[in-house]
Each structure stands twice: as C-alpha cells, then as structure tokens.
Write a protein that binds this ligand. Structure first.
Ligand code: PMP
Length: 313
C-alpha cells in the first residue's frame, strides 16, 4: 500500500515569489532529481490555542545551519537567514496557518544539467509548509533497533550539512526497522559507536549523568540536541558530548531521541531489550515537559527560542 501524499498548504515560496503550490514546477531532468544535489531544512511551528498564536522554533538557527550546509556544498542561499525568517512568517500568514506546521525550505540544483557536479548549475530555493503530519510523535516511547546500515561518515560527504542525497541510508534503515515491527533505527558510525537515529539525535542517561554522541561522531548537529542540552544543564545535571558505545544503549537507565520532527521522544526499547524499566524515564518526561512549553512560547527560561507568526493582532 502506498501512502497518500503529505498534505501541504496552498501557497509556497519559490525563487523570490509566493505562488500556488500546484503551479510550482521542478523538471524531472533537474540535476537534483538524479543526484540529490541540494540541501534542506525542517522547521517546527507550534500552535498555541490559548495564545491564538503560531510559534516558529528557532527559525534563524535553522536558516543559519542551512546557510552553512549550502556553503559546505559550495552553494549560497539567495537571501540572508534573517530575511528567510521574514519570508517564512509571510508564507505562514498567506496560508492562514493556525495549527502545528512543518516548514520545508529546500535549495537544490534545478538546472537540467546531466553531469554529476556541484558548480555552475542553476539553483532553485523554495519554502513549502505542511500541517504537521500526525503519527510522528510516539508518546508511548520508541522501540528501536540498531540498523545493519551505518551512518555515512564525514569522509564521504559533509555530515554536518543537511544534504538531500544523504537521506537514502536513513530511509533504508527506517524501512528495515518498520519491517521488523519496530518504530525507529539507530545508525552506528562505521567504527561501531552510536551516531544517531534516522532523523534525530540520541541521548542516554546513566545514573545522574547524560551523554550524547559527540559532534565528531558523524552526527547532524541537531538544533533540538542543543536545546535538550540547555534544558538538561538548567536542571543542574551534567551532559557529556562523547563517543557512546552500542552496549551503553543496553545498560543505560533512560534514553531519548530528539529532533525537529520527534521533538523529545523517550526511547524505551533497543534491540528487543528494555531501556531501563522499559517505559519513559522520569528525567526524560521532565525534559519533554520543558521542551513542550518552550515550543509553545510558554517558557520563561527561553522566550528567545520562539518567533510569533501572527504577533499582536
Ligand atoms: N540527525 C538527522 C540525520 C536529522 O535529519 C535531524 C533532523 N533535522 C536531526 C539529527 C535532528 O536535527 P534537528 O534537531 O535540528 O531537527
């Protein structure tokens, strides 16, 4: 059974103009269609019913990462990150967005150029937005296994950049997990230490210490990962960025995955072994709470993380 297309809002931003999504076209002969040559982002916006407000979560940080991703590919974004935040707000207003939203900026090689290369090919920059797909957050806790697929090492492509073509490995790993009756896959580095899940970073808790794979362990340097580290530090708990062994997933007391899509989600099973007691841990639940209120614009500690789309009416 094939899944229906993910619904998206009617208006998209393409190469400087707001157009109807149905009128936006990319050639099947575009370089990026064959080779995945481009970079993208995923930005969360959370609707707060009590505030009647839609809050973007650190959109500037996402566009700054995108700018660095583009630079790693030898490309440049058409606008400065601050201007892209402004266009994103305009896009959400034009779509009358008043629900949780996933914003999808993409810079890709749109030119119909056959050779495999990055330079001297026309680019296209677009932003689309979708109502946040349901089923992404697993509040019961995620059951994962360690994939047979390894995380692409930085020696094969820039892992700090969010590159379109780099998602084929995670896609294979995710399908492998679903076909095994699980929710998610954890990818190891080529050397066999923990890297990350398919689209999220991994944290473990042993005793009262947290650890997450180091930025040099072939991870995407997640923005939610940074936010989670800040929330942990505020609780006065130590968090180390270091190499995490596979077997630590089996002996830790708590674990969670974090990313724009999954937010902070408890990891309750790895390789058919319960993580800790096999249910979401108390410390993880505390972080989920704190993260949720920050994303909804209700946190006194992190008002700067959110940007309101509608502002005072
Ligand atoms: N790793 C990968 C491979 C990802 O695609 C994502 C999602 N962007 C993450 C980690 C988490 O990053 P973020 O918290 O910035 O969404």
């Amino acid at each position: 059974m094939t899944e229906a297309p993910t619904p998206s809002f009617d208006v998209v931003f393409v190469d400087g103009a707001f157009v109807e999504a149905d009128d936006a076209r990319l050639s099947i002969k575009a370089n990026a269609v064959s080779y995945g040559t481009g970079t993208f982002e995923g930005i969360r916006a959370t609707w707060n019913e009590a505030h009647r407000e839609l809050y973007l979560l650190e959109p500037l940080a996402h566009y700054e990462r995108m700018s660095r991703s583009a630079n790693a590919l030898g490309l440049t974004l058409p606008l400065a990150p601050e201007e892209l935040v402004a266009q994103t707000i305009e896009l959400l207003r034009r779509n009358d967005a008043r629900q949780d939203v996933y914003v999808r900026p993409i810079l890709l090689l749109s030119g119909e150029v056959l050779p495999v290369r990055m330079h001297d090919i026309e680019t296209s920059f677009s932003i689309a937005a979708s109502p946040f797909p349901s089923g992404y957050i697993n509040t019961e806790g995620i059951r994962a296994f360690v994939s047979t697929w390894r995380r692409t090492p930085d020696s094969t492509l820039p892992v700090r950049a969010k590159i379109i073509g780099s998602y084929v490995g995670p896609a294979l790993a995710k399908s492998e997990a679903i076909n095994a009756g699980l929710d998610e896959a954890i990818l190891l580095t080529v050397d066999g230490s923990v890297a990350e899940a398919t689209t999220s970073n991994v944290f473990i808790r042993r005793g009262d210490r947290w650890a997450t794979p180091a930025a040099t362990d072939d991870i995407l340097e997640g923005i939610t990962r940074r936010q989670a580290m800040a929330l942990i530090a505020e609780r006065g708990e130590p968090v180390e960025e270091r190499t995490v062994d596979r077997s630590e997933l089996y002996v830790c007391d708590e674990a969670f995955l974090c990313g724009t899509a999954v937010q902070i989600s408890p990891l309750v099973e790895v390789d058919r072994r319960p993580v800790g007691p096999g249910v979401a841990g108390q410390a993880t639940l505390g972080l989920i709470d704190a993260f949720g209120s920050a994303a909804r614009g209700e946190s006194e500690a992190h008002p700067g993380w959110v940007v309101p789309v509608w502002g005072p009416q």
